[in-house]
Write a protein that binds this ligand. Sequence first.
Ligand code: GLN
Length: 322
Amino acid sequence: MQEHMLQQLIDSLHKQYSKNEEGEVATYIPELGKADPDLFGICLATKDGRIFETGDSDQRFTIQSISKPFTYGMALEVLGQEKVSRHVGVEPSGDAFNSIELESGTNRPYNPMVNAGAITVSSLLYNHYGDEALEIMLERFSAAAGRRLSVDEEVYKSEARTGHRNRAIAHLLLNFGMVFENIEPALDLYFKQCSILVNCRDLAIMSATLSNLGKNPVTGEDVYDISCVKDMLSIMLTCGMYDYSGQWAYRVGIPAKSGVSGGVMASVNRQLGLASYSPKLDARGNSCRGIDVCVSLANELGLHAFDCMNIGSSYLKTILEQ
Ligand code: GLN
């Protein structure tokens, strides 16, 4: 039987972009600097639970900032949009993910995809759940991935030991009353959530769970409330790729999130989740090969939200019916 067109496509993109040697492995979290720069995996998970994968799609790495939309969704579910929006905004910052700045006037972090916003969300979750917060988070992330996930202790310890910039951000947030007094356990929760281990397949399924309106397409489990998924995807589209988000919306046009260990995840509305892993990053902290893969997939499959081939997602629908 002939291989599915999506398998052929990701195999060929993997071959093509393995040659891209641009970028640097992140080293500001010392443990991340040990990653093999040649690793490269791609995975697609469809809304009917099919998986297409290639390269190092089994390789585990820490989720880092890709955790941010998932914790934001959890906060929205338990606290509601109004309360969460008193603590964190929804505007792209136009600045680096770890910039030490807040929105003028409100003193809120710009959005939940930059560190300041994500630390605030972790503080909201810690305040709500207390010491149970990590386990509840792990259960939710695991339900989205369809298997039990765990924390990489070495990466966690490495970031907890060296995360002075994030501590500075947390204290600035405390100064403006955006986070709660007990900031150390909230920061600890943030460092642990960033150190949750995933592989490309996990991320593709987590992403497909969002595309599939909150239901994991492989296990059939309802993981996120439909109304929160809309907010999670909107923020990913406008802020998920940091200060590259404008260009991303222009060139790729799919809600996405990247992380400093080299993961990129993107969600094609009601169709599929895609994920890539390659540790070499550009100056903005996005995986170089990950961007290549997403740009090519968007072009080849007409995935951009406003692509003329994507009218009613009919082109992709035809491919998925194969
Ligand atoms: N843990 C990282 C940090 O807070 C996450 C950043 C990222 O992936 N962009 O610095």
